[in-house]
Design a protein around this ligand. Structure first.
Ligand code: AMP
Ligand code: ZN
Length: 444
């Protein structure tokens, strides 16, 4: 089955033609692990997951790589504030992120390279770029000379004279304001987070990290590279010029970018302070998968405005859809499946696929068993855990947490009991105190 995707580079929908037969090699720009991911970041990871599921559903083998950026200015500042190493800080937030992703049914990427483990490879790349005249040293680092790149700015459709001049970092002795850092020489503000290199001790710039990790894990030319639209410029634009200068080959066939989660018309971001985390969502009584449903309801190239009312709508819809899953599983309805495949392979039209699932659910001409089979088949792409949600045996860890909460309540330690309740909610369960004792049920 062919899959068509919108390529930000050509600005058109193209047929995916994997370089290695049916194997699709995909690189996802991952998180910088200096704090909790917000739900905008999580949308981007859900989109990656949905893309992987569509590819697998349509018979492809996927090699999915998501990097972890564990060295940069924000990591160093935050680690220093907390008196820990960047590794400790990174591990802590990486663990939180993977807990979020697990609760959102996001499949674990096959490879998760860390920037700090790839500095050696980045140094090799920078050495070659200097040797071949693409990069040069200044007083504070090594810079990529944009004028030497072929088609610089093609991805972002930049007007090279005006746009880039205005938007770049600068040091005094760069050849051009547009040139960007491959390497930053060590300063006292780095607190020792520096590496020896033939061109001078320091640390890598952000863009070279992804060029190196993509090359090392997937090869010189990859099928799909993803990220949020904010990464088109400068991050992905700069990745292309470094990688293509180094490899002498096209870097990526299809660039896929997701739009933002918005709040009151503004991009959700940590710096604007308008961000919500999955923890806040679950503490407000919503199961993580209601958020996944909310994300699937909008096309990945549309902005998605977040409100708790909309999340509640998603929660109700998910609950109702689950009610159509019965114990008996019949056969998948061929006509519906055909339409489903048409939607998901046409630039991942998941909102229409979801609407189709509702058509299935409401179609009185299909037997309940066939409905169940068809919806469960679709759920291989949706990842809403429709089947799992039907089985409601309380897992042991929830039982243990409930017991500890009861003990905390007996000791009138309300703070502790609230904390445990939040933890139980986070894991997708609810505890209620009734006259007959504690009742445990699945959040839906
Ligand atoms: P970061 O941890 O900031 O590097 O971001 C991780 C991913 O989240 C990147 O692909 C970003 O483009 C994406 N991203 C950041 N903010 C948003 C947002 N408000 N909505 C959707 N995606 C976002
Ligand atoms: Zn990246």
């Amino acid at each position: 089955m062919d899959v068509r995707l919108f390529n930000s580079l050509s600005r058109s929908i193209e047929k995916l033609e994997p370089i290695h037969d049916r194997e699709v090699r995909m690189y996802n720009c991952g998180p910088t692990v200096y704090g909790f991911a917000h739900i905008g970041n999580l949308r981007s990871f859900i989109v990656n997951d949905m893309l992987r599921r569509v590819l697998e559903y349509t018979g492809h083998d996927v090699m999915q790589v998501m990097n972890i950026t564990d060295i940069d200015d924000k990591m160093i500042t935050r680690a220093n504030e907390q008196g820990v190493s960047i590794h400790t800080l990174g591990l802590e937030y990486e663990n939180f992120l993977f807990a979020d992703l697990k609760s959102l049914n996001v499949l674990t990427p096959h490879k998760i390279p860390h920037a700090t483990a790839h500095v050696g490879g980045m140094i090799v790349m920078i050495e070659k770029l200097i040797r071949e005249g693409f990069a040069y040293k200044t007083s504070d680092g090594v810079y990529f000379e944009v004028a030497k790149a072929k088609n610089y700015g093609a991805l972002a459709h930049l007007n090279m004279d005006a746009e880039t001049e205005a938007r770049v970092e600068g040091t005094l002795d760069k050849k051009s304001a547009r040139d960007f850092a491959l390497w930053k020489f060590e300063t006292p503000d780095d607190y020792g987070n520096a590496y020896d290199a033939s061109f001078g001790r320091g640390r890598p710039g952000w863009h070279i990290e992804c060029s190196e990790m993509a090359r090392d894990t997937l090869g010189e030319t990859i099928d799909i590279h993803t990220g949020g639209v904010d990464l088109i410029f400068p991050h992905h634009t700069n990745e292309i010029s470094q990688s293509e200068a180094f490899n002498g080959k096209p870097f990526v066939k299809i660039w896929l970018h997701n739009e933002f989660v918005m709040v009151d018309g503004q991009k959700m971001s940590k710096s604007l302070g308008n961000h919500t985390t999955l923890k806040i969502i679950t503490e407000s009584g919503f199961p993580p998968l209601a958020f996944r449903y909310f994300v699937l309801g909008a096309h990945y190239r549309s902005k998605l405005n977040f409100t708790f009312e909309a999340l509640e709508g998603a929660q109700n819809a998910l609950k109702k859809l689950t009610e159509h899953i019965g114990e008996e599983v019949g056969s998948v309805n061929k006509d519906y499946k055909e339409r489903f495949v048409d939607f998901i392979t046409q630039d991942l039209d998941i909102p229409r696929a979801l609407a189709l699932a509702w058509e299935v659910a409401k179609d009185a001409s299909i037997s309940p068993a066939d409905k169940t089979a068809t919806l469960l088949d679709f759920d291989r792409v949706f990842g809403l855990g429709l089947f799992v949600r039907k089985k409601e045996t309380v897992p042991n860890n929830i039982k243990v947490l409930t017991k500890s909460r009861e003990e905390a309540r007996e000791n009138k330690d309300w703070k502790k009991s609230d904390k445990i309740r939040n933890e139980i909610n986070f894991l997708g369960w609810r505890v209620e105190d009734t006259e007959k004792g504690t009742k445990i049920s699945k959040l839906d």
